[in-house]
Design a protein around this ligand. Sequence first.
Ligand code: GA4
Length: 346
Amino acid sequence: MVVASPTQIHSEKLLAIELPTIDLSGDRSVVSSLIVKACDEYGFFKVKNHGVPHDIIAKMEKEGFNFFAKPFEEKQKAEMAKPFGYGCKNIGFRGDTGEVEYLLLSTNPLSIAERSETISNDPANFRQEPKLEKAKETHSALSAYIEAVRELACELLDLLAEGLWVPDRSVFSRLIRDVDSDSIIRLNHYPPMPMLCKDKELCEDKDSSPCNQNKVGFGEHSDPQILTILRSNDVGGLQISLNDGAWVPVTPDPATFCINVGDLLQAMTNGRFVSVRHKALTNSHKSRMSMAYFAAPPPNARITVPPEMISPTKPALYKPFTWAEFKKTAFALRLGDSRLGLFRME
Ligand code: GA4
């Protein structure tokens, strides 16, 4: 991956990166080459005019904020994440933690129906019948959002195949459209974390009280799936790791989706695109909520590289493996561990 020298701007004392923002309403061949360029250079990009209706995003965001605003005991009724459901501070199964609470949801229609009951499980709604009404609302907000972001993920994957000149244009999107696709939705809520400095002398931000140091909400990692479609409110926190190891904050923009390459897309492009490491920090004053759709294949899908991406000068980098095998490895490791290396050809 070649990381271009980023245009940096000043934002609240931090240097933020201007990721390429691609207008999806533009000319198709131009859009597809811009997407490939962004994946080559950053592994991350933003999209505008993405076709996901504003009210679908707004309803989903409202459901999310309503849920996280509930008392902890209520939220716990959505069960501890294992892996689906509510979780607070614990990430995965290997002892990783962060200043985050979250809802992990399968995008499988049956489990959405089940989950919506729990998400909207609000005592205020128990009195008469509206509990069911509320569950229906949650269910429809969630289903509409999932359908719209799945469509966006498939469109982006088709554009990627076009930009890479792979003749089978649906080679990547087919995996997401499959009824058995293992795609998931994650709502992350990072509550504000006012920081009080213990050592005012050493603190670089000693003029403000509480100071603006940030805690880690979700530690450094790469996403195991194919593509991630992230939407966040207007509070910053996402940082990506550039080639030289520098951490650069991404400017928040609720009007766009932030897209990133996952481990599987790295494998399926024979290492051409890189699944870039990223993390999320908390804000000292404001709540951040992000909604991530992780586009994944069915568990038994074999992860292979289109033949056009393999040549004598670019031999196959990874052994063929299934998503189930890769996922098992990812969940057996720590959040920050790299997993693809274990699947490299000898
Ligand atoms: C990172 C991307 C998604 O949030 C996630 C995460 C999952 C979890 O939180 O349970 C993992 C993490 C993520 C990668 C390595 C494993 C699995 C925590 C962890 C330590 C839901 C996913 O699919 O992988």
